[in-house]
Design a protein around this ligand. Structure first.
Ligand code: GLN
Length: 410
């Protein structure tokens, strides 16, 4: 999407080549895209030798059992294509995990598609269900990719605000976003970037609108195990009348600290799954075969793995929030996922982009300007997002840098 404000952070970033009109032009559907701001901030973090709290990926190792299973699979020569829609062992493990954690019966033969990350699952799902011109409701702020996803699938997005401090939506505003052209709502709980965990009552409100307008719920639940302060994750598919109209997306990246493996999946009723499987096949053929075997092992970890995961993340959250508040940011405390939206109003910057630029250059801590999570830049100009899937030592060092840069600036 166009970087809010029009200009770019870094002239050395992915260049915006001017098109030579004597040559065939790139497709119009790409015109609104610029490089992802999240990944652009990662490059700036390298350039300034900054701590990268922009892109949400762990700086601690993946579990040994997961890595060993991958090594074993490669040595056992599981190195050719898996079945397009996923290795049988992984689909069986996914079905068993949904049964255990969500009490959701999933048919591994007909309902699961393993993809290259939840990212591919989302675009494959939208391409499989949305006709050009149909509308897709998206809560805002939203994870950057959902913008281009709607454009690529030809959908017209209808944005509905989640308002701080608790990131609630107005049910009437949501109801007004639905109509005869609505094909789907994109949901993300626990939510990136806000840390909101949708409550049962909120999900019931969404479910009622989906049923009233015969729309689908496409729900990205990649942070399903990263929950704080007793928050409960509820899959909207488990609400009455929703299983047959929900596409549930998740993956291994966040739960098993393996974002680079690109193993994600979606669960959908058979007719939708069959369309998603075809799109997925033509997009990527399949996800990495040996890594699918390894993730099948991890998905059978005991329940205490997930308890410990959430506990460790809560410590990281509290550590980062302490550092940010000490440096003058006002934080909205996440109930899930691993990001903090911080209000910069008290810090005297012109906007979020100036703040993010100053942070990476002078504090040498990278964050994401809040406007990149909104379709209109102005809505996010007082916010920046920090990610905290980092070792305590990394977060503490980020805190020291923020404190000394803030002191030097005042
Ligand atoms: N989901 C992560 C984030 O929001 C990673 C994004 C990405 O680079 N794909 O930071």
């Amino acid at each position: 999407m166009t970087l809010p404000g029009g200009s770019r952070y870094n002239g050395a970033a992915m260049p915006n080549h001017t098109h030579d009109t004597r040559l065939p032009a790139p497709a119009r559907r790409t015109e609104g895209f610029t490089e992802s701001v999240i990944r652009e901030m990662t490059r700036l973090a390298h350039q300034f030798d900054a701590i990268n709290l922009a892109q949400g990926f762990p700086d601690f190792p993946a579990p040994d059992a997961l890595k060993e299973a991958a090594a074993r699979a490669i040595l056992a020569d599981i190195n050719q294509y898996a079945i397009t829609w996923g290795a049988p062992a992984l689909r069986a493990a996914i079905a068993d995990k949904y049964a255990a954690f969500q009490r959701m019966a999933v048919d591994p033969e007909r309902e699961i598609t393993v993809c290259c990350g939840a990212t591919e699952a989302m675009i494959a799902a939208l391409l499989a269900v949305v006709n050009p011109g149909e509308e897709v409701v998206v809560f805002e702020p939203f994870y950057e990719n959902y913008g281009p996803d709607t454009i690529l699938s030809g959908a017209t997005p209808r944005f509905v605000p989640l308002r701080p401090p608790h990131w609630e939506f107005d049910p009437e505003e949501l109801a007004r976003a639905f109509g005869p052209h609505t094909k789907a709502i994109v949901l993300n709980t626990p939510n990136n970037p806000t840390g909101k965990v949708f409550s049962r009552a909120e999900l019931e409100c969404i479910a009622a609108l989906c049923q009233r307008w015969n729309a689908l719920a496409v729900t990205d639940e990649i942070y399903e195990h990263i929950l704080y302060d007793g928050a409960q994750h509820i899959s909207i598919a488990t609400l009455p009348g929703m299983r047959e109209r929900t596409i549930t997306i998740s993956g291994a990246s966040k739960t098993y600290a393996a974002t680079g493996w690109r193993i994600g999946y979606c669960v959908a009723p058979p007719a939708l799954a069959s369309a998603i499987r075809k799109v997925h096949d033509f997009l990527t053929v399949g996800a990495p075969a040996p890594l699918q075997e390894a993730v099948a092992t991890a998905m059978r970890f005991e329940a205490d793995y997930y308890t410990e995961l959430a506990r460790a993340y809560q410590d990281r959250r509290d550590l980062l929030i302490g550092c940010l508040e000490a440096a003058g940011f006002r934080c909205s405390v996440p109930r899930g996922a691993y990001y903090v939206m911080a209000d910069i109003s008290a810090l005297g910057f012109a906007d979020d982009r100036e703040c993010a630029r100053w942070l990476v250059e002078h504090a040498r801590v990278a964050a994401v300007p809040g406007s990149s999570f909104y379709h209109q830049a102005d809505s996010g100009r007082h916010l920046v997002r920090f990610a905290f899937p980092k070792r305590p030592a990394t977060l503490a060092e980020a805190g020291r840098r923020l404190a000394s840069a803030a002191a030097a600036r005042s």
